[in-house]
Design a protein around this ligand. Sequence first.
Ligand code: ZN
Length: 304
Amino acid sequence: MAVKILGLKVDVDTLRGYREGVPNLLGLLEELSVKASFFFSMGPDNSGKALVRVFRPGFLEKMRRTSAVSTYGWRTLLYGTLLPAPLIVESAPGILRDAARKGHDCGVHAWDHVKWQDRLPKLPVTTLEADFRRAFDLFSQRTGKAARACAAPGWQVTEESLRVQEELKLDYCSDTRGAFPFLPRWGNKVFRTPQIPSTLPTMDEVLGRGGLEGSRLAEHLLGLLREGLNVFTLHGEMEGMGQLGVFREFLTRARDQGVRCVPLSTVAQALDPETLPVCPVRMCPIEGRAGRVATQIIEEEPAA
Ligand SMILES: [Zn+2]
């Protein structure tokens, strides 16, 4: 019988998502005996600076649809502008340690999420390297172990960012949206670090669309699970807080239906880089999200 596997990837973007959302998610996962992958924004919370996105098409509509102010809180929306940017992990290193100690797969999301998500193509490679070093150093200081994976904020990548990550010799990266694990090709360059893409839409991409909320939203997500590997990205700020009840319902029902919930490290261990398909990565638009995201391009088999 074909099994459904659900890889759980938690992105932690903000101080509030870290300090309130992560402990809530750790409690829920423990209760359901499920392990997940957590990717932490390690450095400053500059969420206030993201308000420049207000000028991008689709952003205001999404703010309204997902009630961003109640999800993130007014304070978060001012960090880095009217309020100083607080350091996320350093504000309470015990939370990161706790996630690692409980056996979850923990890795690096970013040093500065907003800087990466909004300005990646303009960042000098020395900044990318320095920010990775800061994030990885702090991670090992606080957990006693080296991070073995990372996940790019907002699914933003460039050839340079993939190259810098490649030099870290990680077990895997999860920077892309797509259908199955692969080795990424950008232009003519093929990278050897496996990509485990997110296959499902995020909750903020579907929330509020056609009345999708509460149990209907959980039901909708369950209906998207297919045989084989599914990867769901959730957020400390959303599923760990205001949408915790919906996530609980989704996860409980998935588990009761026999879906096997795993961290991405478990997926990575089963991959053989020698036989993984190589797929191009391009920045493409995606429904429910402003801007473009790194997308696995699945090319048709050439006709024989
Ligand atoms: Zn993020």
